[in-house]
Design a binder for this molecule. Structure first.
Ligand SMILES: Cc1cc2nc3c(=O)[nH]c(=O)nc-3n(C[C@H](O)[C@H](O)[C@H](O)COP(=O)(O)OP(=O)(O)OC[C@H]3O[C@@H](n4cnc5c(N)ncnc54)[C@H](O)[C@@H]3O)c2cc1C
Ligand code: FES
Length: 338
């Protein structure tokens, strides 16, 4: 794929600086280290304004507030409290300049509780949202390569529009089962068709990093959102000094996990194998224990740590995130009642 010249080369730096103002400093500090998303304590009532289906299994939902909504930057997501009380994260895929609505696009996950509820929403339904918050900020760079797998296009779409508006060079590779299952990227191809490669692979499999990177600008900052194997493959294929930013919608595989025991205060002792989390084994016996992001940052599964200490745990003092925290020693005791 060739890179077309930027449409407005002279105003690029100023426009992108506006888009990336907050993100840039933190992002340059470490392009590869994942930063935790800042906690959000703001909760807003919203009303479903419209529900459309750009693909058979993707619902695009517009959420309106009672007035102008809090601003956001490309890469941000909302925590949405669904009708049953379940909390799920959805990336904002609309226009940050439009403060009248938040737009999200949600793929129906087979057996998925939250996505099924989103697909049953109708205009007029009232919900609550928290955020927006941004763990995937767009930082200033001379050129960009965007890689999206399936519904991973949602945070990427506003990035593409912002970079295009700034007149900077960019390329997008969007992969998926088939063209009919790939939302948003057809519209982005309308911005500059020679910069967009929509790559149906005919399967639910993940293309190799070599296939994804073929013909792309070797110096561009890379932004990737898709299935964990896609993110991992691209990260491994890039040189260590290449700027690489990614976001996952589902948890990364557990690496080098040591087995331990989690005891529920006043309840059973549960062995946690090396390749599972405390949350997984606790939900085997207590399926009502709530989770959301499964990456440690949303707070849904943070509980009181009664005994022992943990590693890799973003929860505050005296707490543990069951979805990612692992015992430092052989055993921890947790209190599910907090
Ligand atoms: C920061 C962030 C942004 C996100 N943005 C979006 C977005 O824009 N659009 C969107 O559709 N989703 C997005 N997600 C994912 C979304 O929040 C849910 O995790 C996802 O929709 C599944 O939730 P569920 O309640 O339907 O499934 P659950 O009821 O939680 O899970 C049901 C079953 O499906 C499995 N499962 C869960 N997720 C997946 C998956 N992705 N693929 C295959 N199997 C799965 C589970 O392991 C379980 O076995 C985002 C997640 C994060 C962390
Ligand atoms: S599920 Fe979000 S912190 Fe554990």
């Amino acid at each position: 794929m060739s890179v077309a010249p930027p449409p407005h080369p002279n105003r690029s730096a100023r426009a992108l600086a506006t888009v990336t103002a907050v993100a840039q400093k933190a992002s340059l500090r470490s392009a590869r280290r994942r930063r935790p998303a800042a906690p959000v304590d703001r909760e807003l009532p919203v009303e479903v304004r419209s529900v459309t289906y750009p693909c058979p299994d993707v619902a695009e939902v517009e959420l309106a507030g009672s007035g102008p909504l809090p601003g956001w930057r490309p890469g941000a997501h909302l925590d949405v409290v669904l009708p049953s009380g379940l909390l799920r994260q959805y990336s904002l895929c609309g226009d940050p300049a439009d403060r009248s609505v938040y737009r999200i696009a949600v793929r129906a996950v087979p057996g998925g509780s939250g996505s099924a509820q989103v697909h049953r929403l109708t205009p007029g339904a009232r919900l609550r949202v928290r955020g927006p918050r941004n763990a995937f900020p767009l930082a200033a760079a001379p050129s960009y390569l965007f890689l999206a797998g399936g519904i991973g296009i949602t945070p990427i779409a506003p990035m593409v529009r912002a970079v295009h508006a700034a007149g900077l060079p960019w390329q997008l590779v969007h992969t998926g089962r088939d063209l009919a299952s790939m939302p948003l990227s057809e519209g982005l191809a309308g911005l500059a068709s020679d910069r967009v490669r929509r790559r149906p692979d005919g399967t639910a499999g993940v293309p190799s990093a070599e296939e994804l990177l073929a013909g792309t600008d070797p110096g561009a900052a890379v932004y990737c959102c898709g299935p964990p194997p896609m993110i991992d493959a691209v990260r491994r294929a890039l040189p260590a000094d290449r700027r690489f930013h990614s976001e996952r919608f589902s948890p990364p595989p557990i690496r080098d996990g040591r087995p331990f025991t989690v005891a529920l205060a006043g309840g059973p002792e549960l062995p946690v194998p090396a390749d599972r989390t405390a949350l997984d084994v606790i939900r085997d016996v207590r399926p009502d224990v709530a989770y959301s992001c499964r990456q440690g940052f949303c707070g849904t599964c943070h509980v009181r740590l009664v005994e022992g200490s943990t590693v890799g745990d973003p929860a505050g003092p005296g707490l543990t995130a069951l979805c990612v925290g692992r015992a430092e020693g052989a055993r921890v005791v947790v209190d599910l009642g907090r």
